[in-house]
Write a protein that binds this ligand. Structure first.
Ligand SMILES: [Fe+2]
Length: 283
C-alpha cells in the first residue's frame, strides 16, 4: 500500500491555470473523492470530502496548472526548470475527461509506434513506420523514467514546423500520472519545446488529461498552438476511449508483443515494482 499512500499524499493537477477564474469555486474529483478549490483576493484554498465533514485541501499553482494534495505536507513537486525561462510561452491545450485510468493515458503518450497510424501525415507517415532504437534509464535519485535519443521522421512535427524533419524526443515520466516530452524546437535547435501531460486521476477508470505547452515560439498565436495540439489529442482520444480494460494491466503476460515498446515496458515495470494499485491491474 506504500505507493498508493504516496499517490494519495502527492500533488495532482486539477485545472489548467488559464481556465482558473479567480472568485469562482471549482468542483472536481481526485482519487475518487470530491474536491473544491478557489482563489479569492489572491489566496488559494481548497476542501475535500463530503459536505458537513470536509477537510482542507492543499492547493498551489505551478507549471501552468493548479495542483492539489490531500496531504497538509505534500512532497515537493518534480522540477521543470523550463517554466522559469521568461521567453517561453505557456499555453494550455485543454483539459479533457477520458474514460481510462491515468496510467492508461500516460502509456499511450509514451508510445511512439502509433505516430504514423494515428497521427498520419503529422507526427508520422508510411512507409517510415519503424521506431528507431533509443535509450531508457531509471534515474534512481529522482525516481524518474527517462527516454533519450528518440528520433522520428515527422511530416509536420509542430505548429512551427514548415517542412518534414527528423524530430528528436526526450521523455520524462516523473510520477505515475505525469509525463513530460521534450522535442526539437524548429525555430531554435539549441533548445527544446516542452509538452506536459499532467493527468488528474479522477477515479480508477476516469482521468482528466491537462496538456500544457511550454514552447519557444514567436510565430504562432496561442490559438494556433492550441489547435495543433488539440488535433493530436483528438486522434489519441479515439484510441483511448476504445481501450479495454480501462485500467492498465501490469502483468508481463498481458504485454502485447506487437506494441513491445521499450519505454512503455519500462513504465509498466516501474509501476509494477512500486507496488502501485490505483488505476492498474496487477495480475
Ligand atoms: Fe498519440
Amino acid at each position: 500500500m506504500k505507493a498508493d499512500q504516496l499517490l494519495f499524499e502527492d500533488w495532482h493537477p486539477v485545472a489548467a491555470l488559464e481556465d482558473f477564474v479567480p472568485g469562482r469555486t471549482f468542483r472536481s474529483r481526485l482519487l475518487g473523492r470530491p474536491i473544491s478549490f478557489r482563489k479569492e483576493d489572491g489566496v488559494l484554498s481548497g476542501d475535500w470530502g463530503d459536505d458537513g465533514k470536509s477537510q482542507p485541501l492543499s492547493v498551489k499553482e505551478a507549471y501552468g496548472a493548479v495542483w492539489a494534495s490531500f496531504s497538509a505536507t505534500p512532497r515537493e513537486l518534480f522540477p521543470v526548470p523550463e517554466f522559469a525561462e521568461v521567453d517561453r510561452r505557456v499555453v494550455s491545450a485543454g483539459s479533457t475527461r477520458v474514460n481510462v485510468s491515468g496510467p492508461r493515458a500516460i502509456e499511450n503518450f509514451l508510445d511512439m509506434a502509433h505516430f504514423p497510424f494515428v497521427h498520419t501525415d503529422i507526427l508520422g507517415a508510411e512507409p517510415l513506420t519503424e521506431v528507431l532504437p533509443y535509450n531508457v534509464t531509471h534515474d534512481v535519485e529522482r525516481d524518474e523514467i527517462i527516454a533519450t535519443e528518440c528520433r522520428f521522421a515527422q511530416p509536420r512535427a509542430s505548429a512551427t514546423a514548415v517542412e518534414p524533419i527528423e524530430t528528436q524526443y526526450t521523455y520524462r515520466v516523473t510520477r505515475p500520472n505525469i509525463a513530460i516530452l521534450y522535442k526539437t524546437c524548429p525555430p531554435d535547435p539549441s533548445r527544446w519545446d516542452v509538452l506536459c501531460l499532467f493527468v488528474q486521476p479522477v477515479d480508477e477508470d476516469w482521468c482528466i488529461a491537462h496538456t500544457i505547452m511550454c514552447y519557444v515560439d514567436e510565430v504562432n498565436t496561442d490559438e494556433q498552438l492550441r489547435k495543433f495540439q488539440q488535433t493530436i489529442f483528438g486522434q489519441d482520444l479515439m484510441i483511448l476511449i476504445n481501450q479495454v480494460p480501462k485500467r492498465l494491466p501490469l502483468a508481463v503476460s498481458k504485454e502485447n508483443p506487437v506494441r513491445a515498446d521499450v519505454l512503455a515496458t519500462a513504465y509498466r515495470r516501474w509501476l509494477r515494482e512500486s507496488d502501485l494499485r490505483y488505476g492498474v491491474i496487477r495480475d
